[in-house]
Design a protein around this ligand. Sequence first.
Ligand SMILES: Cc1cc2nc3c(=O)[nH]c(=O)nc-3n(C[C@H](O)[C@H](O)[C@H](O)COP(=O)(O)OP(=O)(O)OC[C@H]3O[C@@H](n4cnc5c(N)ncnc54)[C@H](O)[C@@H]3O)c2cc1C
Length: 322
Amino acid sequence: MSKILVFAEFQNNKLKRSSQELLQFAAKQGSPVVALALGSQSAAGKDSLAHNGAQEIIFSGSTDFDQYNPEFFSSIVSEQIEKSEATIILASASSLAKDLFPRVAAKITAGIVSDGTELTISGGIAQVKKPLYSGKCFAQAQFENCKYQIVLMRANQMIVGPADTSKTATATEITFTKPSLKTLIKQIVKGTSEKLDLTEANIIISGGRGLKDAEQFKLIQPLADVLGATVGATRAVVDAGWVPHSMQVGQTGKTVAPTLYIAVGISGAIQHIAGMSGAKVIVAINSDANAPIFQKATYGIVGDAFEILPLLTEEFKKVLQH
Ligand SMILES: Cc1cc2nc3c(=O)[nH]c(=O)nc-3n(C[C@H](O)[C@H](O)[C@H](O)COP(=O)(O)OP(=O)(O)OC[C@H]3O[C@@H](n4cnc5c(N)ncnc54)[C@H](O)[C@@H]3O)c2cc1C
């Protein structure tokens, strides 16, 4: 039976939820599951790979992997995939994986589908549903004549159950010689937020130009704190300099797929919708009943965000504190 290899990523010393999703999904397929994890966090977090379904772990705790370098990563990951004998390779559609895996696919002559929102594996063949044209339609992709099938799945598309701490796995540390590199990454500037990255978040509250200015934009923070949500924004807000680009949701920002997306003072331009239409439940708060966002929203509140935000915050506080 062909093996499934999951490329696992860690953040703040924890296995990312998106990697948990993939490991638990792979474990349900009845095939042997291999986890590949790179960097010092992977050495410390090896057990969590086993607890989520990996039977075999290939890892390197080397700090050489703590800073992403496309050339270096693609050479090691390609080599490890070939050695592992896995034919289906799963990774989350993170920025790192979306940069890395097309290079890996070229090196090992693999088929690749990214931004998957549904995945089934039958008879060793992966079938992937993915959005096209900014979510206006969906394609069903199937691999043909490929030895290797690489699938990059969007986060929050699969169910995550509790990890089983009684599970163990065999772990092998990678030995490697660092290849001579043509490129050098000098610095990666990381966001300072303690909150989950937008692409991983289960609840997102995004604010738009309707919040008027940078100071009043902060009024969404109390509601985000009560709900444990990550804050996002529209491009209008980013362009105005109220928040950094790392918070932008949309065609030229991040693609998100939370369970709950609350859009506050956002008109619902097609470029914004492109980044958040994968949310399961969308709540829109807008003073204009004809705003296009209401066509996408599961629930709509027509009214002034400055009146509604404090009311919602208080109500959620009451409900969640009981
Ligand atoms: C190539 C390209 C790429 C782009 N990429 C992106 C992208 O990635 N992400 C993105 O977001 N945009 C993107 N845009 C911009 C996009 O077209 C819109 O301009 C932008 O999304 C509008 O942001 P907004 O909804 O915050 O502002 P507006 O469109 O100005 O909407 C503000 C809304 O707030 C409402 N409002 C006003 N006052 C209140 C109040 N007191 N209470 C409640 N509601 C209120 C108004 O009714 C209005 O609907 C892109 C554009 C282009 C051309």
